[in-house]
Design a protein around this ligand. Structure first.
Ligand SMILES: C[S@@+](CC[C@H](N)C(=O)[O-])C[C@H]1O[C@@H](n2cnc3c(N)ncnc32)[C@H](O)[C@@H]1O
Length: 346
């Protein structure tokens, strides 16, 4: 997926077609501006307040505890970006805003937007990181509980979308009894598997800050009897054995090139004789030619925040085969097309 410039009128169309408009300037200004404005609207509770009905800027300011003039400018910016409607001095949310950005909507991505605030704070260190190459893993900095709440609930948002599709596309040899969700955080992928296999017992292995949040989410969803949490560093903790399914979802980009092959060996050893591994990660086409937006950008993102890389599919397949996995299969997810989704059997 690529972001583009959409003209707002006839003159804009001509300007764009003329090739005279400095498009990198437009993208670097509006790209950051749009993202940061949406995050501010979410953090200040603007969409929640307006989900009650249309209001003036003064009313929204009062309901959110903000300055009226400041709020008016924020509402106008959100209107300009197409997230709010503005009629006779009153503001209301659009259908898309109601669907994606309000907390009460079943499609809400509000938690993910809250997490983006934390992410872009860390990412703003980009020049220092690229210059020095010295990065402390995002997960091992001193973080308050709110960070873990936004991080883990933010990721749970994605899992709500693609969890059911993944479960439909995973074919275990036998009905699975035990599943290990490595770096499983929120437990939402495990919940999706438990919904399909009611006798399944799950262990989620993750860092302490994530475990606190994951336990809460799993309890809210009513799966606390099926899903247990274990605190530990996935690189050093024993994983256990006799699992029928091991999930490695978005964790390979958190380990170094040296550590990654060992993760697949650990997975192989922890599986039962008919077990399978399921991998989900950021896609990377590899090779020497042009990259997709996801392949290119996510490499930079994970380098700046974790000091790690997104590894090309070919490299991941090689690590899986070297660990002993066979019959590797790649699936495509309509709910999240820019991911690498691979399964392999023991
Ligand atoms: C990007 S999140 C992925 C969460 C979940 N698997 C998913 O796909 O939505 C990475 C997860 O790995 C956990 N994690 C990162 N480094 C870890 C480590 N060294 N040991 C255990 N867990 C780790 C994080 O706390 C987080 O829950």
């Amino acid at each position: 997926m690529r972001l583009g410039i959409i003209p707002e009128g006839f003159i804009d169309c001509i300007a764009l077609a003329s090739g005279k408009m400095p498009t990198p300037l437009v993208k670097s200004f509006w790209g950051v501006a749009l993202g940061r404005t949406l995050i501010a609207g979410t953090r200040l509770g603007v969409f929640e307040v307006l989900s009650e009905g249309e209001k003036t800027a003064e009313e929204v300011a009062q309901d959110t505890g903000c300055n009226p003039e400041g709020m008016e400018t924020l509402l106008n910016a959100l209107n300009g970006f197409g997230y709010l409607k503005r009629r006779n001095g009153r503001y209301s949310i659009t259908k898309q805003t109601a669907k994606w950005l309000t907390e009460s909507s079943s499609s809400s991505i509000r938690d993910a937007i809250m997490f983006l605030f934390e992410l872009w704070n860390d990412f703003s260190d980009i020049e220092r990181a690229v210059k020095s190459g010295k990065i402390k893993d995002f997960h091992f900095r001193d973080r308050p509980p709110e960070f873990w709440e936004h991080y883990i609930r933010g990721l749970a948002t994605f899992a709500r979308y693609n969890g059911p599709e993944i479960v439909r596309k995973v074919s275990p040899i036998k009905k699975p009894r035990r599943l290990l969700d490595v770096g499983g955080g929120h437990g939402m992928y495990s919940i999706a598997f438990c919904r399909k296999y009611p006798d399944l017992q799950v262990e989620v292995l993750d860092l302490p800050g994530a475990v606190i949040q994951g336990k809460r989410i799993v309890k809210e969803q009513g799966f606390q009897d099926k899903i247990q949490f274990r605190e530990g560093d996935l690189r050093v903790t024993e994983w256990g054995d006799d699992y029928d399914i091991i999930l490695l979802f978005n964790i390979i980009h958190n380990v170094s090139y040296k550590e990654a092959p060992e993760i697949f060996i650990k997975a192989y050893q922890a599986l039962s004789s008919y077990g399978m591994v399921v991998l989900l990660d950021s896609e990377h086409v590899g090779g020497e030619k042009d990259l997709s937006t996801t392949s290119g950008f996510n490499e930079l993102l994970f380098f700046v925040i974790n000091g790690c890389r997104v590894y090309p599919e070919e490299t991941i397949r090689k690590w899986m085969i070297e660990a002993g996995f066979t019959n590797l299969k790649k699936g495509k997810l309509l709910t999240l097309p820019m991911t690498l989704f691979l399964t392999g059997y023991k």
